[in-house]
Write a protein that binds this ligand. Structure first.
Ligand code: PMP
Length: 445
């Protein structure tokens, strides 16, 4: 029996033993195409020699020094690298070890900013239903995925949730995408007025929604309107780009394509590409300067902040992405992936929606296309698709629908940025077979 506490206790997992490029190999010698980059993490694939060399070099020099004593060249260089390429107005970087921690840091920095500026009543966070921001208590409170929250709901700080911007299930037939985007953005204003503008600290949203809605991009104009509303009422905009950021959608930050810059931003997964556990909070100049002018202290630190080995690793990953112009490949192969998905699933009886951007695509499976009725969540169709895909040597990221029908089963594709055309085609072929095989286990197709 395994003594590792997995999410699913009692389940037996295959053992991963090696990886090269887009492939992962298990202990039985089977190769799997990592079409989800794990959980949208492995952006430059596995076993990249340049990253391994940088890791070796750093570990030969120094693995760790506590940041209450020292900074390190690699933490400084990585922060410089990120700020030079950050959305407008960014100033500082706080390095942590995961996406959840990056979100926690954003929540606390947002509150701390208002403590520094004397707006002490600002304690409320507004976020969106069906969102995922991580698993720690603060992240759960702003998150909107009910099954993660249920057991802990009574101990969480109060969350204030509005509708997500989810075109497939949210837009009314009489609305254009733009009208829909503005309507749901305006829910933010209504919520601010309901709570009292002087009590609202920040709005938290994923620029492109990953795990919960399967690569749901916002309607055109949505984030511009959100930004305007935040500015009008003086609250901060926190963008969660833990999953959709660091090149995943074809630009380094997903918000570049929305034409907005946040006040605080969380990044993680693609930052270290899976080679090191690292996340970060990017902090705007306005906030950093308020803290510098005020107490000069962010009362939040962790043992592994700015871990030199993690920073050297992330720096190497980011340099490979830039040197090899991998974002151009994300745009090129992303277009092919979309085209292949539309060819394979566009007329599929049980595919309700194909959505995404760059190397971030979701395919939603429904019982009935016309009414968009999801399959009964009890069937766990998404898990069946994952299993059928694994049998075919394909890793995809599955997500179940909700019992209230506000989301259906979907699978998420987030392949490494290095992928080539032939592998894109193989992914879609195997996914098509896996979806049909899984559907065959729940009903005759
Ligand atoms: N935010 C988003 C959007 C995520 O997708 C995730 C992880 N799936 C997190 C936060 C939490 O990141 P981590 O699992 O590294 O704590």
């Amino acid at each position: 029996m395994s003594h590792v506490l997995h999410r699913m206790l009692g389940k037996t997992y295959p053992v991963a033993e090696g990886g090269a490029g887009v492939m992962l190999r298990d202990r039985d010698g089977r190769d799997h195409i990592d079409a989800s980059g794990g959980a949208a993490v492995s952006c430059i694939g596995h076993g990249h020699p340049d990253v391994l060399a940088a890791m070796h070099a750093q570990i030969d020099k120094l693995a760790y020094a506590h940041t209450s004593f020292f900074t390190s060249d690699v933490a400084e260089e990585l922060a410089d690298h990120l700020i030079a390429r950050a959305p407008a107005g960014m100033d500082s970087v706080y390095f942590c070890s995961s996406g959840s921690e990056a979100i926690e840091a954003c929540l606390k920095m947002a509150r701390h900013y208002f403590v520094e500026t004397g707006e002490l009543k600002r304690v409320n966070f507004i976020s969106r239903r069906q969102s995922y921001h991580g698993i720690t208590l603060g992240a759960l409170a702003v998150g909107g995925r009910m099954k993660d929250r249920a057991a802990f709901a009574e101990m969480l700080m109060t969350g204030h949730h509005i509708s997500p911007c989810f075109d497939y299930r949210g837009r009314r037939p009489d609305e254009t995408a733009e009208q829909y985007g503005l309507r749901v953005a305006d829910e933010l204003e209504a919520k601010i007025l309901e709570l009292g503008p002087e009590t609202v600290c920040a709005f938290v949203a994923e620029t492109v929604v990953g795990a919960t809605l399967g690569a749901a991009t916002a309607a055109p104009g949505y984030f511009k309107r959100v930004r305007e509303i935040c500015d009008r009422y003086g609250l901060l905009l926190i963008l969660d780009e833990v999953m959709c950021g660091m090149g995943r959608t074809g630009t380094l930050h997903a918000c570049e394509q929305e034409g907005v810059a946040p006040d605080l931003m969380a990044i993680a997964k693609g930052l270290g590409g899976g080679y090191a556990p690292i996340g970060a909070m990017l902090v705007s100049k306005r906030i950093a300067e308020a803290v510098r002018r005020g107490s000069g202290l962010f009362p939040h630190s962790q043992t592994y902040v700015g871990h030199p080995l993690a920073c050297a690793t992330a720096l190497a990953v980011q340099k490979v992405i830039e040197r090899d112009d991998l974002l151009a490949n994300v745009r090129r192969q992303g277009a092919r992936l979309e085209q292949r998905l539309r060819e394979r699933f566009g007329n599929h009886h049980h595919v309700g929606d194909i959505r995404g951007r760059g190397h971030f695509w979701g395919v939603e499976i429904v019982a009935d296309r016309a009414s968009k009725t999801p399959f009964d969540p009890v069937l766990k169709l998404n898990a069946r698709i994952k299993e059928a895909a694994m049998e075919r040597g394909l890793m995809i990221y599955p997500m179940g629908g909700t019992a209230d029908g506000t989301a259906g089963d979907h699978v998420l594709l987030a392949p490494p940025f290095i992928i080539d055309a032939a592998t894109v085609d193989t992914i879609v072929e195997r996914l098509g077979d896996a979806v049909d095989a899984a559907l065959g286990t729940v009903q005759p197709i």
